[in-house]
Design a protein around this ligand. Sequence first.
Ligand SMILES: NC(=O)c1ccc[n+]([C@@H]2O[C@H](COP(=O)([O-])OP(=O)(O)OC[C@H]3O[C@@H](n4cnc5c(N)ncnc54)[C@H](OP(=O)(O)O)[C@@H]3O)[C@@H](O)[C@H]2O)c1
Length: 344
Amino acid sequence: MRAIEYSVTGEPDVLTLVDRPLTEVGPGEVRVRIHRSGVNPTDWKSRRGNEAGTAVHPAQVPNQDGAGVVDAVGQGVDVALTGRRVWLWEAAYQRPAGGTAQEYAVVPVRHVMPLPDDASYDLGAALGVPFLTAHRCLTVTEDGPDRLGPGRLAGRTVLVAGGAGAVGNAAIQLARWSDATVITTVSGPEKGNLAGLAGADHVIDYKQQDVVAEVRAIAPGGVNTIVEVWPAASAPVGAAGTPPHGSVAVYATDGGPTTKELFEGLAEAYRREIKRRRHLEEARRRAPSPPHPQSPPVRALWPAAAESLTLKVMVLARMADLTMIFLATTGVTFVLSAVAILVR
Ligand SMILES: NC(=O)c1ccc[n+]([C@@H]2O[C@H](COP(=O)([O-])OP(=O)(O)OC[C@H]3O[C@@H](n4cnc5c(N)ncnc54)[C@H](OP(=O)(O)O)[C@@H]3O)[C@@H](O)[C@H]2O)c1
């Protein structure tokens, strides 16, 4: 069968078309006839490695994600899977011969999922790593769900940074499917359109608008989860936007600072935000409290009470400084009713 592989790290020119023997299917595995192979950053980052020209042995067939039809199953796997349309994920993970950039790929059965008849192979090959990443980001919040689905995020607000990107767009779709209110940031109208089509309720242009102010206006109580692609740029948003027990799920740090600098930056942004909230709290405490509505004096009620036994009982109750609930539960009502009859 035809396959693409690389045996040295580097740019795309290290990719070579070769003829490889069909891989045998082992116990617990399935073999998929690949119709579409998906390419993600993890694929080209692995191919580049830390330094160009480093030997890769054995040669690696790239690409984690794909879609196709199961053509053989191994021992212990339901034979009914044969002929089924599927999408697959992480095919190349720790499997040099496993990537989807070949005509047939063998993977553990748990790495294949049914692909409905009305879903294209293109769609199937685009799900894998981006959607798994987005799902994980949306399920790390302390008091949130650990699986997504209709209603699972109802009443919660999610902020997705970079909503036109592969993972960002997947996060919008999954959050919307799970009934969250979704806010997203983009760099312009065209990307805003993509984010809107994915289901975002609020689209903020981070180049034109003040993201912190916009997020505060949309979600005054903060957002429950932030799905973050660019933490260095948006640390203040994270700090300002999350209430206690909210979370910021960071899935990338491209072009940004080192992890140490990043977390120092985040810590500083959070310190500032905590200070800001303390000031607000203090100001609220110091503000004079609004006057309590005055109850009318008991005597003023008396003429009306003269017309009604119930009112008399209530007035007497007020005089005794008791509430009606207390009266009803203690049986004092009976006594006071009797007194009221006497007064009448
Ligand atoms: N794709 C995956 O399966 C996957 C999985 C895990 C991790 N990752 C990592 O995640 C990163 C992004 O991957 P991707 O595939 O989603 O890339 P992508 O499709 O190119 O999306 C990146 C997004 O980041 C946005 N962005 C850049 N700077 C931003 C900023 N300052 N504020 C807000 N948004 C900003 C971009 O939006 P604008 O152009 O509008 O600025 C773009 O939409 C990479 O480092 C990748 O390795 C990817």
